[in-house]
Unconditional design. Structure first.
Length: 318
């Protein structure tokens, strides 16, 4: 018996024995199973159920060093094996691979998100640094309006209406324009920030000014985000922290919106076109992606037919 270490060790051993009985070369599959076992032990130590979150999380981690095809096949076959022996498990759709970015976003819990923003708000003012003034507003704007990091960072003062909360997003990823609207709470924060902003920049072109006539620096934004994420999780070693990124705040927004629709009993299929327009997605597939990021139990309990969306998941050419 192979010495697996996760809660799924018994099932993994049974799966491996079955593959061996069918003549599968162990050298072609064992490294992937051990990798999956290690991932489960480190990130989901108390879980022995194969969920979508676990499957996609492992594929996300592996995508950093491979093209993901073999890993997808292994986790799909493991899910089918579990179903065959009568256990509930997520089965990865045929031909599924991660989106082009090769990254599954990390969606933090409410507690993690609260801790993150508390860390952002705790930044101390430093000489010649605008971080403590800009970060609390910029990061909240990305989250509450579902903006891409560059869309928020490069906002111009003339494109923000601080009377009605409308924001004009210019030259987005698809070189199209759209309008998003801030919540009243976010608008109040922006009004307070605007007073401080006028003290930061003499030209007043960018809402989040950087050095000279430039917007806030992209590399600095990433460094600041990572520093706040570490600060929010002081008891977790840095190499064990989930890979939370500025772009994931946009994913959090989409997930929050869909969660709210589910709670309100709305028809998700009918509402997604509105989310697509608000977020500036070029294709409907990009919006559908967020349905698959939600915990499967939540989506199914709301009566959403996940199989209706399966053919819209990213696929590779045969």
């Amino acid at each position: 018996m192979t010495e697996f270490i996760s809660k799924s060790s018994y099932d993994l051993d049974g799966f491996l024995s079955l593959k061996k009985a069918f003549g599968t070369e162990m050298g072609s599959i064992l490294p992937y199973i051990k990798s999956f076992d290690k991932f489960c032990s480190e990130h989901y130590p108390s879980t022995d159920v194969l969920t979508r979150e676990i499957a996609l999380g492992w594929l996300s981690e592996k995508s950093q060093v491979s093209k993901n095809k073999q890993e997808s096949s292994v986790v799909r076959q493991f899910g089918k094996y579990l179903n065959a022996i009568g256990k509930t498990a997520y089965i990865l759709p045929d031909n599924f691979v991660l989106a082009k970015s090769g990254f599954v976003p990390y969606i933090p819990s409410n507690g993690e998100l609260t801790a993150f923003f508390a860390a952002v708000d705790s930044l101390k003012p430093r000489k010649n640094s605008r971080a403590s003034i800009i970060a609390p507003i910029l990061f909240r704007l990305l989250y509450t309006c579902g903006l891409r990091p560059n869309e928020g960072r490069e906002l111009k003062v003339k494109d923000i209406n601080l009377q009605n909360g409308e924001i004009l997003i210019r030259h987005n990823k698809q070189h199209k324009e759209r309008i998003v609207v801030m919540s009243n709470d976010m608008l109040c924060l922006c009004l307070e920030y605007d007073v401080k902003r006028k003290e930061l920049s003499t030209d007043g072109m960018f809402f989040f000014p950087g050095n000279g006539n430039n917007p806030y620096d992209s590399d600095r934004l990433w460094e600041l985000f990572r520093a706040c994420w570490r600060l929010a999780n002081p008891y977790i070693p840095e190499d064990k922290l989930p890979p939370f990124r500025p772009y994931d705040l946009r994913h959090c927004f989409a997930s929050t919106v869909i969660h709210r629709w589910l709670d309100e009993g709305r028809n998700i299929e009918a509402m997604l076109p509105y989310l697509r327009a608000y977020m500036g997605h070029e294709t409907f597939n990009s919006t559908i992606y967020y349905v698959h990021l939600l915990p499967e139990c939540i989506v199914r309990s709301a009566g959403v037919n996940l199989s209706a969306f399966e053919n819209l998941l990213p696929e590779v050419d045969k």
